[in-house]
Ligand binder design. Structure first.
Ligand code: SF4
Length: 325
């Protein structure tokens, strides 16, 4: 069963500072997105900066109210839940941020940082909290000796371990990992990713994993969604999307991944054209201003997500033509 699900989710932000009688304009941050994340699995979200990945994550966490559509967590609709239910559901979700340097209060010791969520929730004695903090430190590869130390005493990788320990302090069911290694030295990427995978194996947590690194997404995610200008361009099992990318934008992202084979003759795909403004999206396909395969139909008719093979969807008019051919 799916733990997290969205149904035709839209989030848009009004543009401020316009003349009093000017027509209202909106930034379309998330546009008609439906995804489902089964319990215990990892869903990878990829796309260029500003494509709406973080807004979608905030909506999944109940931090951003949808303009329309719904977010469901464990079968319950977040946006129509009463205050008590929402708070109870919200406690079961946490986030690991991109930058562990700014995510930790430099004036708090590790002990205080890790106890904070428990204090906010309440119901634990001092000794229970201390025991849990020691457990958490062990789980993320740190020790009791680190309790009185401050974030500035640690390396980037160690700080991200503290952030992860804080995120799992209340045993969440759902963890959003928003580019969790992109601010870290490359040498510690594998350690942090392995830690996240080990924790998932031990506790059965469900992850939304946001990343620019397609190789990592392919390795650790069961399903993947490719976003462009707030819309899902392609989604499906990671193996299917990466071995048989159906959407020209997915092909472009994959072609930009560094090829480690020195003898490979693969050339990165170059895109011409401008990215449209999210305030004034094209009437047809959002990718039509950059797509090398765009036709007149692409400029006027928006393609819908269509299932091309089991569970593998893409929003491109070319799919229909391939089917007909
Ligand atoms: Fe390119 Fe047209 Fe497909 Fe959009 S619908 S990705 S413009 S071919």
């Amino acid at each position: 069963m799916d733990l997290v699900r969205t149904e035709n989710l839209k989030v848009r932000f009004p543009l401020r500072g316009r003349a009093p009688f000017a027509p209202k304009k909106y930034v379309e941050a998330v546009n008609d997105v439906s995804i489902a994340i089964p319990r215990g699995q990892t869903y990878g979200l990829v796309g260029e900066s500003g494509c709406g990945k973080s807004t979608l994550a905030n909506a999944l966490l109940g931090l951003q109210k949808p303009t329309s559509g719904h977010v469901y967590f464990d079968g319950q609709c977040l946006d129509t839940a009463d205050r008590e239910t929402f708070r109870a559901l919200r406690r079961r979700m946490q986030m690991v941020f991109q930058d562990p340097f700014s995510a930790l209060n430099p004036r708090f010791t590790v002990e205080k940082i890790l106890q904070e969520p428990m204090k906010i929730r309440g119901g634990m004695t001092e000794s229970e909290m201390r025991e849990r903090v020691l457990d958490l430190l062990g789980m993320v590869g740190l020790s009791g000796e680190d309790l009185p130390r401050y974030p500035t005493d640690f390396s980037g990788g160690q700080r991200q371990r503290i952030c992860i320990a804080r995120a799992i302090a209340l045993r969440p069911d759902f963890l959003v990992c928003d580019e969790p290694v992109s601010a870290l030295d490359v040498s510690v990427h594998a350690q942090i990713l392995n830690l996240l995978m080990d924790l998932q194996e031990q506790s059965g947590m469900t992850y939304l994993f946001i990343s620019h690194n397609l190789a990592v997404v392919r390795d650790i995610c069961a399903d993947v969604g490719v976003m462009y200008l707030g819309m899902l361009m392609e989604t499906g099992p990671a193996d299917a999307v990466f071995s048989n990318p159906l959407h020209p934008y997915t092909r472009f992202l994959l072609s930009a991944v560094l090829d480690m084979n020195p003898e490979s003759s693969r050339q990165p795909m170059l895109l011409k054209g401008e990215i449209p403004s999210p305030i004034d999206l094209p009437q047809g396909c959002a990718f039509c201003t950059r797509c090398p395969c765009a036709t007149e139909q692409c400029r006027t008719v928006r393609p819908l997500l269509t299932e091309a093979e089991s569970g593998h969807f893409a929003a491109c008019h070319l799919l229909k033509k391939q089917e007909q051919g």
